[in-house]
Design a binder for this molecule. Structure first.
Ligand code: GLA
Length: 388
């Protein structure tokens, strides 16, 4: 079993606190975003992968209407009723579970309370979607516990709604779909308009290094929502000037952007260019992966980061230092920020034989510039969420 030590620790802690066995345990992984930044809510394309770190959620029904929820790492408890669930402003970790439970209650009957606990090994705030892993593991476990039938897409949407209404981030569906749809050794290529996805094999000549800068990664402070609003406003502009229907930036090509950007102010035009360019890169990149052109794919990752930095404004110095260092390391094929941005992690594409040397070089470059360590780990594309 993947992350068996975490599972065993959770079960031991669960027994210790509740004095019994859980009825159900579910697991959901975090994700890396490999190409396609801020394209999901623009109806576009993303290449992502579920990763080999994740969260286990254990639960059993209880006799009352009260839910007792433990964060297994901090051993902190939250207690709330199944009726009238509301957002907590202090211990915000519980909101992801509350939001998920509220979504499940709309899909079926939550007949009683539960005793629950979760534990995972995704570094928090690293841009690896620990929150989606919590939502998806809680969602799968609680749906099974209450006998509520939900398909994967509904579950993903429940997690997304929890982010919107309980965490305040108007995210797309990338994190939840990646956590559910991942497959060992594969990237997931998702079309966020049709919500169909396909698996693209990575092969044995490539692996990912995640370089966690520990820079502040807070998507809930409004920066993410502002970028989303700028994209949506730009899409309205293009809908007014292009002859074909434009529902989202997915419907605008780079050549149309060049011709019709005029009616937007300079900043908004730049913001719009990022997801438009990213969509085109994902489609080209997926083809390169299929034909084994890893160098070509890696250079698209570098282009993606440059577009984030220059056009979208969602990079930061820590991320740029890592990406610039990656460009100079032999064996490294590409690097870019992964996820919302403003901190978090850089995803680096390297040949597995170069992973160790590249990791040391990345850590060294970061320490030389900032005088502190960044965490570098090898990430392998892994299977999506499941009930144990
Ligand atoms: C965060 C969001 C996703 C997606 C990425 C950027 O991870 O939760 O929906 O928008 O940022 O691509």
């Amino acid at each position: 079993m993947v992350n068996e030590a975490v599972y065993k620790e959770l079960i031991a802690k669960y027994r210790g606190v509740f004095g019994r066995e859980p009825e159900v345990v579910a697991y959901a992984p975090g994700r890396i975003e490999v190409l396609g930044n801020h394209t999901d809510y623009n109806d576009g394309f993303v290449l992502s992968a579920a990763i080999n770190c994740g969260t286990f959620f254990a639960a059993a029904r209880n006799d009352g209407n009260s839910c007792r929820l433990f964060a297994g790492d901090l051993m902190k408890e939250a207690v709330f009723d199944t009726e009238g669930i509301c957002r907590s402003t202090s211990d915000t970790w519980q909101n992801y579970v509350k939001g998920t439970l509220a979504g499940l209650a709309d899909a079926g009957a939550v007949k009683c309370g539960f005793d629950g606990m979760f534990l995972g090994n995704i570094p928090l705030g690293s841009g690896l979607s620990s929150s989606a892993a919590l939502e998806m593991s809680a969602g799968m476990a609680l749906a099974r516990l209450y006998g509520i039938e939900v398909d994967l897409l509904t579950l993903a949407r429940i997690g997304q709604t929890a982010e919107h209404t309980y965490a305040g981030c108007k995210c797309g569906l990338l994190d939840q779909i990646s956590s559910l749809a991942g497959r060992e050794g594969c990237l997931v290529k998702t079309d966020f308009r049709s919500l169909e996805y396909e698996l693209v094999t990575l092969g044995n000549d490539a692996c990912f290094l995640m370089c966690n800068t520990h820079a502040k990664h807070a998507l809930t402070d409004g920066a993410y929502n502002k970028l989303r609003a700028a994209c949506e406003h730009a899409a309205e502009h293009f809908a007014g000037v292009l002859r074909h229907p434009v529902k989202a930036l997915r419907d605008v090509s780079m050549s149309e952007w060049v011709l019709y950007r005029g009616g937007l102010d300079a900043l908004e035009a730049d913001r719009a260019a990022h997801p438009i360019g990213e969509n085109e890169r994902v489609l080209r990149g997926a083809g390169m992966l299929v034909s084994g052109d890893l160098e070509g794919f890696g250079s698209l990752m570098f282009d993606s980061h440059e577009s984030s930095r220059r056009l979208f404004g969602n990079s930061c110095e820590e991320l740029d230092v890592v990406v610039d260092a990656a460009k100079k390391i032999p064996g490294v094929m590409g690097a870019r920020l992964s996820g919302g941005g403003f901190g978090g992690s850089v995803v680096v594409l390297a040949h597995p034989r170069d992973a160790e040397i590249a990791s040391a070089a990345l850590a060294g470059a970061y320490a030389a510039r900032f005088g502190k360590a960044c965490g570098v780990s090898v990430i392998t594309p892994a299977a999506g969420a499941y009930v144990l």
